[in-house]
Write a protein that binds this ligand. Structure first.
Ligand SMILES: Cc1cc2nc3c(=O)[nH]c(=O)nc-3n(C[C@H](O)[C@H](O)[C@H](O)COP(=O)(O)O)c2cc1C
Length: 148
């Protein structure tokens, strides 16, 4: 099973999440490729069985140029038959905009025809022990559903 992880991270929290998930999935035998959104074309998802986006949210939900470009490319894809998962770090002080870009990507993947394999994982700022448990549990569920 091939997993493609794309992450958007300014201060490292989402990159840390991506690294944790990558290690977990590799332990389960997935072939994983991870890359920064700035250096990735959304068509890379076409080679994967499991498409994963891990993103920050800044600016009250308004996407940065890097994520907006990638998002526009993603929306053009046909991802029928593929699975997807979204995750991200935000801050609840932003109220209704908490992790808004995570949910934007969730909608886009659904519009592309992909099937959500686990519920969105949203955390606050740097991953703490409970957040790491959430990521581990999500990886376990991905393995149960795809490699069982
Ligand atoms: C200027 C600024 C704007 C932010 N806007 C939001 C926001 O709209 N929604 C949200 O959930 N978090 C917001 N955050 C919090 C960041 O998303 C959070 O710190 C996240 O962990 C950053 O991820 P990164 O380390 O991967 O860059 C904002 C932070 C800053 C500094």
């Amino acid at each position: 099973m091939k997993a493609k992880i794309v992450y958007a991270s300014m201060t490292g929290n989402d990159e840390d999440m991506a690294e944790m998930l990558e290690e977990d999935l590799q332990d389960y035998g997935f072939e994983v490729d991870s890359s920064d959104v700035s250096f990735t074309d959304a068509t890379d998802y076409l080679d994967a069985d499991l498409c994963i986006m891990i993103t920050y949210t800044y600016g009250e939900g308004k996407m940065t140029d890097e994520t907006a470009d990638f998002y526009a490319q993603l929306k053009e894809l046909d991802l029928n038959g593929k699975y997807f998962a979204v995750m991200g770090s935000g801050d609840k002080t932003y109220g209704e905009h908490f992790c808004e870009n995570v949910f934007d990507f969730e909608k886009a993947f659904k519009q592309c025809g992909a099937t959500e394999i686990v519920p969105a994982v949203t955390i606050e700022n740097a991953p703490d022990d409970d957040d790491i448990d959430q990521i581990d549990t999500a990886a376990e569920e991905m393995n149960d559903k795809l490699n069982a």
